[in-house]
Design a protein around this ligand. Sequence first.
Ligand SMILES: C[S@@+](CC[C@H](N)C(=O)[O-])C[C@H]1O[C@@H](n2cnc3c(N)ncnc32)[C@H](O)[C@@H]1O
Length: 253
Amino acid sequence: MGKNKLAKFAKMEEYPHVFQYPFATLQEKGFEMKGRWNELFFKNNNPIVLELGCGKGEYTVGLGKLFSGKNFIGVDIKGARMWTGAKQSLEEGLNNVAFLRTHIELITHFFAQGEVSEIWITFPDPQMSKTSKRMTSTRFMQLYRNILPQDGIIHLKTDSNFMFVYTTEMVKSNSLPVLFETDDLYNSDLADDILKIQTFYEQQWLARGLNIKYIKFLCPERDTWIEPEIEIEKDSYRSFGRSNVLNQSTKNG
Ligand SMILES: C[S@@+](CC[C@H](N)C(=O)[O-])C[C@H]1O[C@@H](n2cnc3c(N)ncnc32)[C@H](O)[C@@H]1O
């Protein structure tokens, strides 16, 4: 591992607002702040908002700056990426921002039922061949249900047509109420201060000429969750590799 990465990991160990738990510790002792993030860490009763697969944490930090009356937690498994947002939020004195390094699949070990009011999913890998790994699959919805209240909100921002179509179909199949939806955010009237926050991946996809898609929906309890059964055209640029998107769009005029 490079020196730079090691230095970032060492810093992350010291940061008071970064939580990282080896699975063995989690299994043995559990997470003492589950259900008590506000009491033990944020010291207020404000709503808790998660950014799942936060990478460098642009939404976690950006929303933290915009909304001092809410608490934001960025979740990712990659510590070196998360370090960027962790460092920035510490330097800017954002007391309403924290980071949790874990697999999203373990999220119910860290939050109690109803403890989280909103979830942002920002530019996830669409996992075109593996539905169960897709972050808006019904498998993940059932996990999110365990930490959200009945009126809990999910936001998805993505470059991927595949991910967007899949998610809108999943939402339809399960009759989840949609609050907003657009397949071209920056040519819609939705792009406000919140939606204009751009993540690292978003900037890369925008530079390659892709439209940004966004959907905001509620995630109430369902007796059974139904996986949509439709064929969705795969994103061609992902199989070509990212650098080819520019070539493709140049060719297409
Ligand atoms: C494509 S990147 C997007 C990062 C960031 N949201 C952005 O827009 O720049 C996807 C991120 O999700 C994280 N991720 C993917 N699957 C995960 C999982 N099961 N648990 C935790 N993190 C995950 C990856 O480590 C990566 O940082």
